[in-house]
Design a protein around this ligand. Structure first.
Ligand code: ASP
Length: 468
């Protein structure tokens, strides 16, 4: 039975079966040394001419080949130990070899950290790129953090709920990705920019405590370190105060760091809580980096910022927009007052900052239909538009709705910081380029005319576009 490389540690003098990739090969005289890599680590396998045909087969081995071997676990000769490897005291004296598959010369090195390799080539061969230890480590860390979050919230009586990907537009300040409907000609689903409205509807449903590790889709122009799809920890609670939401997040992160990143220190506990105005006055930024030493990768400065303005003026569109999103509860509920001077109104809104990165945000929500309607009006929506776009939510609120609020955290960015990575692409298994291409799958692609017809669509080329 095949065992893992790391399991040879207590198998001295026993014969074992291992399987994995040839990570590297070195020859010393007639002896062939292979570093065999599986999901648990690397072990040195030694092939000597005594094993006849198997030795001849081993002479062909190249990096990237997949093999299975049987061999004897032995202590390495004195002075030959490799303290960098978990299995570095041992080696396997090969008795037999089976080649599972051969590999062409790999287009990228996979036994380095990979930072120096052109990123487009890394993305094209992502399945090879992911073989490198650094990326495997990032994926493992990500999975552990996700499990921790699931357990932490489930223990506190939260229910994990999946919400639809094919849905209706919900405003978060970006363009929607659309999916055409075949069965409803001329109509489109929007992919969720966030599950915002669903999670609020789950409060109407009486769930009280919801969370989801949800995929969100935002069609934005290339802007820094962003991805068209990303993963949020999305939370919503009923009968809750801002204080309780922030405390929950604070407790979760203190525990998470203690458990998985004990080498890291948190600059300040409790996490500083500053108003937007204070932050702008003191730090001239709404996402300040409050680390004592920003060169220290093991320092984590978490901050909550609250009391953001509710509205901001959009000069190009000559209208007010919500700073967070329109579902946020203004700090005054007197509608006449609100309409008088929208730019002066503050909101029950908060952001969560880590080392100068915005890693989350949320708000208490307007649960009174008349307040929500007033906000939409200030944003320039007509009665008709409000009904078309948000009628379902207003109707839902007419059937009894708890006061509620929530938050969403950008998990890719959080894991990036925790893993000391320079970009979120390093912690996402299959990331896209800044302009939204998947270089490995070659998406997006053109589709057959037939498929377009079925979807009742016609592609307008750039020239025609000018005429529309
Ligand atoms: N839906 C919001 C966002 O994606 C978060 C929230 O208000 O809970 O930023």
């Amino acid at each position: 039975m095949r065992i893992l490389v790391k399991e040879i540690l207590n198998k001295e003098s026993q014969e074992v079966e291992l399987a994995g990739f040839v990570n590297s090969r070195r020859d010393h005289g007639k002896i062939i040394f292979i570093d065999l890599k599986d999901r648990s680590g690397i072990a040195q396998v030694v092939f000597t001419p005594q094993i006849g045909d198997f030795y001849k087969l081993a002479e062909n081995l190249r990096q990237g080949w997949v093999i299975k071997i049987r061999g004897l676990v032995k202590l390495r000769p004195k002075g030959m130990e490799n303290p960098e490897l978990l299995t570095g005291k041992y080696e396997i004296e090969a008795k037999s070899l089976e080649i599972v598959s051969r590999a062409e010369a790999l287009p990228i090195e996979v036994d380095t950290d990979g930072y120096g390799i052109n990123e487009e080539i890394r993305m094209k061969y992502r399945y090879l790129d992911l073989r490198r230890n650094r990326l495997t480590r990032n994926l493992k860390a990500r999975a552990k953090v996700f499990k921790f979050i699931r357990d932490f919230l489930t223990e506190r009586d939260f229910i994990e709920v999946e919400t639809p990907i094919l849905t209706k537009s919900t405003p978060e300040g970006a363009r929607d990705y659309l999916a055409p409907s075949r069965l409803q000609p001329g109509k489109f689903y929007a992919l969720p920019q966030s599950p915002q409205q669903y999670k609020q509807l789950l409060m109407v449903a009486g769930l009280e405590r919801y969370f989801q590790l949800s995929r969100c889709f935002r069609d934005e122009d290339t802007r820094g370190d962003r991805q068209p799809e990303f993963t949020q920890l999305d939370i919503e609670m009923s009968f809750v105060s801002q204080e309780e939401i922030l405390n929950l997040i604070e407790e979760m992160f203190i525990e998470l760091v203690k458990k998985f990143y004990p080498e890291k220190t948190i600059t300040q506990i409790p996490f500083p809580r500053l108003t937007y105005q204070e932050t702008m006055e003191k730090c001239k930024s709404d996402k300040p980096d409050l680390r004592k030493n920003s060169k220290n990768p093991n320092e984590l400065a978490f901050i909550f910022i609250y009391d953001f303005p509710m509205f901001e003026w959009r000069e190009e569109e000559k209208r007010f927009d919500a700073v967070h999103h329109p579902f946020t509860r203004p700090k005054i509920e007197d509608i006449k007052e609100m309409k008088k001077n929208p730019s002066k109104i503050l909101a029950h809104q908060y952001d969560f900052i880590l080392n100068g990165n915005e890693i989350g945000g949320g708000s208490l929500r307007s649960y009174k239909p008349e307040v929500l309607e007033a906000v939409f009006k200030i944003m320039g929506h007509s009665k008709e538009q409000i009904k078309n776009k948000f009628g379902h939510l207003l109707e839902a609120f007419s059937f009894g709705v708890p006061d509620h609020g929530g938050i969403a955290l950008g998990l890719d960015r959080i894991i990036m910081v925790l893993q000391n990575e320079p970009s979120i692409r390093e912690v996402i298994a299959f990331p896209k380029t800044g302009d939204g291409r998947d270089l490995m799958m070659q998406a997006p692609t053109k589709v057959e005319l037939e498929q377009l017809k079925e979807l009742h669509l016609k592609v307008i080329d750039e020239k025609e576009k000018g005429l529309v």
